[in-house]
Write a protein that binds this ligand. Structure first.
Ligand SMILES: Cc1cc2nc3c(=O)[nH]c(=O)nc-3n(C[C@H](O)[C@H](O)[C@H](O)COP(=O)(O)O)c2cc1C
Length: 216
């Protein structure tokens, strides 16, 4: 055991030195890189049945929870929205939109993901009071969980889409519809289902134009 640990340490130190000299590259994972190069969300309205069953979704949530989290505060949680829950929330959104005096098209747009969705996960940011880890870092961790869940679903062959919309930011819908508590907010609503048609690629950023190299 001790010899193994020593060998591990020697490999780690040697590797580090080689990388510093620029002669070596860490072990790549071609499948993971191919996924990252080609990953693409599937529009929620095109997702059909079947959706992941409970065990499958639990696994996807486990993958998503394996996300960077400063201080291990776990400043997020999941609310799984089944078809009946989505239908219930659609009704609340329509009522709320009318009470707010929103135009019908805005109400319909806000309600549509709940009307057409078959399964979605609300990733709820649930920041924890902490002396040195500010809320912003906890919010970013929740965003990381959203992307991780999206990617876990896509990598598993499901179609998935990260949505928001006005209802996801509405305090009343969040409390009555999603059961959020004080200080919590929706980081994202991740729809998961079966892809019915592959979307075309969308324009991707000019990364060089967004990148600044500081060489001194
Ligand atoms: C925080 C957040 C909220 C979003 N909300 C919506 C939304 O409400 N409606 C929508 O059409 N797209 C929304 N999008 C964008 C979709 O997720 C879009 O499909 C995505 O940008 C596709 O990117 P991808 O193919 O790289 O995964 C949102 C994205 C983020 C990050």
């Amino acid at each position: 055991m001790r010899r193994l640990a020593l060998r591990g340490l020697r490999t780690y130190l040697t590797r580090g030195a080689e990388q510093t000299r620029g002669h070596d590259v860490p072990d790549p994972n071609p499948a993971a890189l191919a996924f990252l190069r080609t990953r693409r969300s599937r529009p929620a309205k095109t997702l059909g049945l079947p959706v992941p069953d409970e065990a499958t979704l639990a696994d996807l949530l486990t993958l998503a929870a394996r996300s960077p989290d400063h201080g291990k505060l776990e400043p997020w949680r999941f609310v799984v929205l089944t078809k009946p829950a989505l239908a219930r929330i659609a009704g609340l959104v329509a009522a709320r939109g009318a009470a707010l005096g929103l135009p019908p098209d805005r109400i319909d747009k806000g309600a549509s993901q709940f009307v057409t969705g078959n399964l979605a996960v609300a990733v709820v940011c649930s920041p924890k009071p902490h002396a040195t880890i500010p809320p912003i870092e906890q919010h970013l961790s929740a965003g990381a969980v959203c992307l991780a869940l999206l990617n876990a679903a896509l990598a598993s062959g499901w179609g998935a889409n990260w949505l928001s919309g006005w209802p996801s930011h509405d305090p009343w819908v969040c409390t009555e519809g999603l059961g959020l508590g004080p200080g919590e907010f929706v980081a994202g609503i991740i729809h998961i289902g079966t892809e019915t048609c592959a979307p075309p690629e969308r324009p991707r950023p000019d990364v060089a134009a967004l990148t600044t190299w500081m060489r001194a």
